[in-house]
Design a protein around this ligand. Structure first.
Ligand code: PLP
Length: 386
């Protein structure tokens, strides 16, 4: 057994980030400033979108996207229940109602075939989530959305490097939101980014994200002289700091290298687990690029004597940290009670909730770490197999 605990989702941080953060601190400009401007420019070029706007989280970005798209009380927004709470909470924060659509298997993404039957006259938007970094079936989603006049807001928290039919995720829907939380593929501690080609959305996101102060208000103390600002909306405090962007600038430069490393780990896991009582992630769909964010096994419970939680605990005892992505939102008390969801309302999401377990996949992992994970999973599955 390994002698130290392997933390799930621990980020790779190197000297270049550390140096840039130190330089930022020494510069005296630590909140939103030149480094945020640079990070936004780099991200915009990386994605190929017209706008890229940095924020202090993806959750903030999802909230502002709802407001920019004009969603509010009385509106319904379709999304997957197989996601993090942020996706549904942002809809609720805007005053709208989340309406879940079951996932498809094996992709675990929102089932595009089921979207249409959930559309009512109140439906205004759909939020596909590219779970684990696997792009959703965007053609069908965009086509259905266009037919019903729905805004498409993509939750790309897992999908910064993902591509769909030659297009980067971040250039397809009306607005796309990325996360730079510590466990994600690109890390700024806390942080997020919105990409859009829509000038009106971009301007609203920028204004609403900083107290509703008119454009460029963060520059008001810069050396081109003090500028008065005007409040045009009761906005929020969602701006990214330069300390965060200092990390992001270097993380973005290394994004290909880190993706390649996670792909190597992914392939080692695939080879190691393919004959065990687990379902390994399905191969990527043709003509797409998987962002390799989460390596998620589905336990074959018929071949195992215990439930997923016991397997997770046993791995913990072997000093291997794992994650659960996710317990379907309709099973959580708030959504279950607020929207009167039955347990079997989303059979595929329920199926995944009981079986899913994510293994460490950070670019930080050494070959020995990866072998430790493989050994521990092998040992634990052997112990509990029928
Ligand atoms: C992490 C995550 C978010 C929220 O990101 P933050 O930057 O922590 O706000 C949203 N959606 C999904 C699917 C996530 O995994």
């Amino acid at each position: 057994m390994r002698d130290s605990f392997l933390i799930f989702g621990s980020p790779k941080i190197e000297e270049d980030e550390i140096q840039e953060v130190a330089d930022c601190l020494r510069s005296g400009w630590i909140s939103t400033g030149p480094r945020v401007g640079k990070f936004q420019d780099m991200f915009r070029q990386f994605i190929g979108s017209k706008h890229a706007l940095a924020l202090n989280s993806c959750t903030a970005g999802l909230h502002l996207s709802m407001l920019a798209a004009g969603l509010g009380p009385g509106d319904e927004v379709l999304t997957t229940p197989m996601t993090f709470a942020a996706t549904a909470n942002a809809i609720i924060h805007a005053g709208a109602k989340p309406v879940f659509v079951d996932i498809e298997l094996p992709s675990m993404n929102i089932d595009p075939q089921l979207i249409e039957e959930k559309i009512t006259p109140k439906t205004k938007a759909v939020i596909p989530v590219h779970l684990c970094g696997r792009p959703c079936s965007m053609d069908l989603i965009m086509e259905t959305a266009a037919r019903y006049g729905l805004t498409v807001i993509e939750d790309a928290a897992h999908a910064v490097e993902a591509e769909y039919k030659g297009r980067k995720i971040g250039t397809i829907g009306d607005i796309t939101v990325f996360s730079f939380y510590v466990t994600k593929n690109l890390v700024t501690g806390e942080g997020g980014m919105i990409t859009t080609d829509n000038d009106e959305y971009a301007e609203k996101v920028e204004t609403y994200g900083l107290h509703g102060m008119s454009r460029g208000a963060w520059k008001r103390y810069s050396d081109d002289g003090f500028k008065h600002y005007q409040v045009v909306f009761p906005g929020f405090k969602y701006n990214m700091m330069d300390i965060q962007a200092a990390m992001g600038i270097h993380q973005l430069r290394k994004i290909k290298k880190y993706h390649k490393r996670r792909e190597e780990i992914w392939n080692r896991y695939d080879a190691a687990f393919k004959n065990m009582p687990v379902q390994i992630p399905p191969p990527g769909e043709q003509n797409t690029k998987h962002a390799r964010h989460l390596y998620t096994l589905l336990l074959k419970l018929r071949d195992i004597r215990v439930g997923r939680d016991r397997i997770q605990q046993a791995l913990h005892e072997e000093n291997i940290g794992t994650g659960i992505h996710f317990i379907s939102l309709h099973l959580h008390p708030y959504y279950r009670e607020a929207y009167a969801y039955k347990k079997d309302a989303f059979p595929n999401a329920l199926y995944v909730s009981d079986r899913t377990i994510s293994l460490p996949l950070s670019a930080r992992l050494t070959d020995e770490d990866v072998q430790d994970v493989i050994n521990a999973v092998t040992l634990v599955l052997d112990r509990f197999s029928r």
